[in-house]
Write a protein of this length. Sequence first.
Length: 146
Amino acid sequence: MAGEWYLWIKALHVIAVIAWMAGLLYLPRLFVYHCEAEHGSDQAAMLEIMERRLLRAIMTPAMAVVFASALTLLWIRGFEDFSDGWLHGKLVLVVGLAVAHGLMGRWRKDFAAGANSHSQRFYRIANEVPAVLMVGIIILVIVKPF
């Protein structure tokens, strides 16, 4: 029975990861567009709504499900895989995703307050960080190099 639940929770985990990653990859792109919009304009207002909804309605709940399902998977397995080096590496990279999530939340608030201090180039580079972390996570999970 635990094996069946394990697979369902693992599927939920993967679904939540996909939703979270979609947001982490899209929100910085919205910030790039927001840099072009004049503060207080209709375009800036629309982008602020899109950014807030993406973060609050998709990204943050998805991140919570990612962490809850991951802990549940570890609990079901009895933490037997926790000594594997690849898992430690993956967890470090996942913490990096969580840090990126927090920074994006702060940048969203800066835009809403008219206090953005970063350029389009900054957000274009920030847009690549979650992608690089994701590639590392996938390699560690699939290849398990150590």
